[in-house]
Design a protein around this ligand. Structure first.
Ligand code: 13P
Length: 251
């Protein structure tokens, strides 16, 4: 059985007061639900307060990025062991915003993935094509390259301790969701590609969909056989919406 998950990616939003209100409402809304793993990936400075609010609840927490390096003269960077100090169980790597706005290529993403795993933190590896790439018919090639770079560095077995998130760039923050069928096609492409290298890893790999998931479209996406949950941006900042999405998967 694959683990089902819903994760919130807060991106660069929030403050101490708003975060507390948001999390208190989410904790209440998800109280007693244990069939699905829930977690939020928050901005670094809020990790200590988020940790103290979510400790002893059914919601875990993590970060949105990390350094590929273990320690040293890397001004402004955050290492995996620093995330461990705040008991982060998860970290997002290779989000399309990191790739496109901060120049992270697949090799850097693969190194970050490995750095997370070395520290015992589960990486959520994001892959996805741009609109131009989709229209040019190269979606599968793009995703294959993004995955292959990680597999080459860390090995296919490493996926036993990772999560993959398919996030079509054209669906992120645009209100334009991939249809359940479009998303399912790519999810099954990912799973089949991995199955060629290791069937058991492919079967047990959790693959999340991200990109304009809302309370209104979550169930239809989650009904697809290869979609194991969601990585939620905007809607994770609104307690009622996030809770509704989480409950849609839990059913
Ligand atoms: P939205 O849900 O706001 O489209 O963002 C998706 C995302 O980028 C999650 O990582």
């Amino acid at each position: 059985m694959r683990k089902k998950m819903v994760a919130g990616n807060w991106k660069m939003h929030g403050n101490l007061v708003e975060n507390k209100q948001l999390l208190d409402a989410i904790v209440t809304g998800l109280n007693g639900l244990y069939k699905v793993n829930f977690f939020v990936c928050v901005p670094y400075p809020y990790l200590p307060s988020v940790q103290s609010i979510l400790q002893n609840t059914n919601i875990a927490w993590g970060a949105q990025n990390l350094s590929q390096f273990e320690r040293g003269a890397y001004t402004g960077e955050i290492s995996a062991s620093m995330l461990n100090d705040f008991e982060c169980r998860y970290v997002i790597v290779g989000h399309s915003e990191r790739r496109s706005l901060f120049g992270e290529d697949s090799q850097i993403v693969a190194e970050k993935y490995q750095a997370a795993q070395r520290a015992g933190i589960t990486p959520i590896l994001c892959v996805g094509e741009s609109l131009e790439q989709r229209e040019a018919g190269t979606t599968e090639q793009v995703i294959e390259e993004q995955l292959a770079t990680v597999i080459k560095l860390a090995g296919v077995e490493s996926l036993a301790k990772a999560i993959v998130a398919y996030e079509p760039v054209w669906a992120i923050g645009t209100g334009r969701t991939a249809s359940p069928e479009q998303a399912q096609d790519v999810h099954s492409f990912i799973r089949e590609g991995i199955a060629k290298q290791n069937v058991n890893i492919a079967k047990s790999l959790t693959i999340l969909y991200g990109g304009s998931v809302k309370a209104s479209n979550a169930s239809a996406l989650f009904d697809m056989s290869d979609i194991d949950g969601g990585l939620i941006g905007g809607a994770s900042l609104v307690a009622n919406d996030f809770v509704a999405i989480c409950r849609a998967l839990h059913q």
